[in-house]
Write a protein that binds this ligand. Structure first.
Ligand SMILES: [Zn+2]
Length: 95
């Protein structure tokens, strides 16, 4: 059982979305406020390809099928804990 929902990706080692070459992707500086915002969220970053000049945003984190199972598990856990706490409070302090 794994407990993580997000898995870190390594865009520097993935294929270029444009020319499909490996190892040509490098981090790129932000050029406008939208790109600065993207960088600020820390969920994605700006990259560019040294070979073909492609420039764009790549996610730093990804989800897989286990993420949804884990997320569901967390939701069930939170709901059941909330229910138990509510019952305890009602039994002890409820009128
Ligand atoms: Zn490229």
């Amino acid at each position: 059982m794994q407990l993580r929902i997000f898995f870190k990706t390594f865009p520097e080692t993935t294929r270029c979305p444009s020319c499909s070459k490996i190892g040509t992707i490098r981090r790129s500086r932000t050029k406008n406020s939208f790109e600065a915002f993207v960088k600020f969220t820390r969920l994605a970053n700006l990259y560019k390809c040294r070979e073909c000049g492609w420039r764009g945003i790549l996610k730093k984190y990804m989800v897989n099928k286990y993420s949804f199972i884990t997320l569901f598990f967390y939701i069930v856990l939170v709901v059941s804990v909330a229910y138990v706490i509510r019952q305890v409070l009602l039994n002890n302090f409820g009128s």
